[in-house]
Design a protein around this ligand. Sequence first.
Ligand code: C2E
Ligand code: CA
Ligand code: CA
Ligand code: CA
Length: 282
Amino acid sequence: AKQRGRDRLEVYDPAMQATAHDRLTLGSDLRRALARGEMRVVYQPIVDLDTGTAVGAEALLRWRHPERGDVPPDVFVPVAEESGAIVEIGAWVLETALAEVAPHVPTDRAAPFTLAVNLSPRQLEDPTLVTRLQGALRRHGWPAEQLCLELTETALTDDLDLALGVLVRLRATGARIAVDDFGTGYSSLTHLQALPIDSIKIDRSFVQGLGDHRGSERSTIARCVLGIAGAMDLEAVAEGVETQAQLEALRRLGCRRGQGYLFSVPVPADVLEATVLGGPRP
Ligand code: C2E
Ligand code: CA
Ligand code: CA
Ligand code: CA
């Protein structure tokens, strides 16, 4: 906390939303961040809830600002989206994730390993998105079927026509599509049903209340979302699994995939390699 004026105490909260001024300076710093090597990618395993084995990992972006230290993606990703910088940054995340993960996934792995990457709605407007994606897959010899592109519910339904057109072309490459933060938007099921998607990710806020008596409303939503996934023949992935009670509740509800601190926090590529992937390609 720092003293300001006579009687005002300002508490610095690192998780606070960026102010307008912050956003301005962050925006110009962001443009240089990639070139200066301030960005990196970490990976959070996605596990089979029945066996506990990792069936994939989600790539998550990190930015260490030279003066501010770690800036959370919830703060800087919206800034990068506003300026359009997310198009370049997003392409870099895909390239980096494939470069870091592909060489370490054994081809004889019993369960195919799926790499999940987040896509911003701004990237859907990038006319080079599909060719860039195909180029990256080819360069790293990664099967398209083992790449999952995560798009938030609102990104997909804000401009349904745009989303539909791009999704059809993305899916034609063989890549999978996941609806991120499912249940937090206001999209109708009619809209979702129109889209070519493979899986939905149940938002952390609905997983939180599972397995504790006071969370009955939220567990109702989790149950509904799993019901929808089942009816639409989609895979469901639970986000933010933190406790054994949540894991057991999810299992009882028939959810088969999850990620969260109970299994692992997001880790750098070398840690993922050592703990989950099991060495270089034979
Ligand atoms: P998201 O895609 O919903 O990612 C899941 C977030 O939940 C991550 O936060 C992850 O670290 C966090 N998380 C995972 N397990 C747990 C848990 O058990 N408990 C709690 N409390 N949190 C958990 P993170 O890495 O801070 O990312 C926040 C958001 O920033 C992401 O939400 C995503 O919307 C965005 N983001 C991150 N990387 C990228 C990227 O490369 N591109 C784009 N467009 N957005 C990204
Ligand atoms: Ca995600
Ligand atoms: Ca999510
Ligand atoms: Ca989220």
